[in-house]
Design a protein around this ligand. Structure first.
Ligand SMILES: [Zn+2]
Ligand SMILES: [Zn+2]
Length: 247
């Protein structure tokens, strides 16, 4: 398949896909971590954050497994992406997408080792999630807060338990997207972020190698997940891409 290329802005040359799924860990994922890494490298991304669906989301991993086994299987998509990224020169960061009855959050800044040591994250409430993630320097991003879809019973907002808001989700707004198409969802997310003065993120919510070319373009290279959190929370200058820029 021919991979579309990002149109990069010379002032913001470092582009990161912040919302990406793999078929190893997400039931709706269509491509492996390694294939996703290769496609993103070819498209011109500097890095990706693998954010597979967590225990109560659309996980591809049997929920009845003991925690350690569940985490090991859950991390496989990331690990395959990471190994390929190391080989080809693409930064690969770890995250996940937690689901609370259709309300979803991207979690950044923690690791597989952290998950293994914190089984209480599995069944915690949204309030507890915020505390647990914060205790160890992580970040909670409310992603696509205004998406309306059969799997989301209602739009629910948790401003007290949110660090940042995904205001651009390319599956909503990119002309290439074949699901959840409604740019209005992003307009509402932006209004919500402005109302509460939340830092904003952008990601494609990509599940396959025919990329949507969304993400965040920065002026500098990001070292790791902690550096990504700093860039977002300190509101470093960046472009929030919805993919249409590249078409
Ligand atoms: Zn999915
Ligand atoms: Zn997602």
């Amino acid at each position: 398949m021919k991979i579309q290329r990002l149109k990069t802005n010379p002032e913001y040359p470092y582009v990161y896909e912040t919302h990406l799924h793999t078929c190893e860990a997400s039931l709706c994922g269509r491509s492996s971590g390694a294939d996703m890494a290769r496609a993103c490298k070819e498209a011109g991304y500097t890095g990706i954050i693998v954010t597979d669906h967590f225990v109560y989301g659309n996980t591809a991993v049997n929920r009845s497994l003991p925690w350690t086994e569940w985490v090991n299987a859950f991390c496989r998509g990331y690990e395959h992406a990471r190994a390929e990224g190391d080989r080809i020169g693409l930064k690969v960061f770890f995250g996940w997408e937690a689901c609370y009855k259709g309300t979803e959050f991207l979690i950044n800044g923690l690791s597989k080792e952290w998950l293994l040591a914190h089984p209480e994250i599995r069944d915690c409430t949204i309030e507890e999630q915020f505390e647990l993630v914060h205790e160890d320097g992580g970040m909670v991003v409310h992603c696509h807060p205004f998406r309306e879809e059969a799997y989301i019973p209602s739009v629910r907002l948790f401003p007290e338990y949110t660090d940042a808001v995904e205001t651009v989700n390319a599956t909503h707004s990119c002309a290439l997207s074949r699901s959840h198409n409604n740019p209005e969802f992003d307009v509402k997310a932006k209004e919500y972020a402005l109302e509460h003065d939340f830092p904003q993120t952008s990601g494609s919510d990509i599940h396959r190698i025919d990329l949507l070319l969304g993400g965040m373009a920065f002026k500098r290279e990001l070292e790791d997940s902690a550096d990504y959190i700093r860039a977002v929370m300190n509101r470093e200058p960046c472009l929030l891409l919805n993919g249409n820029e590249s078409l």
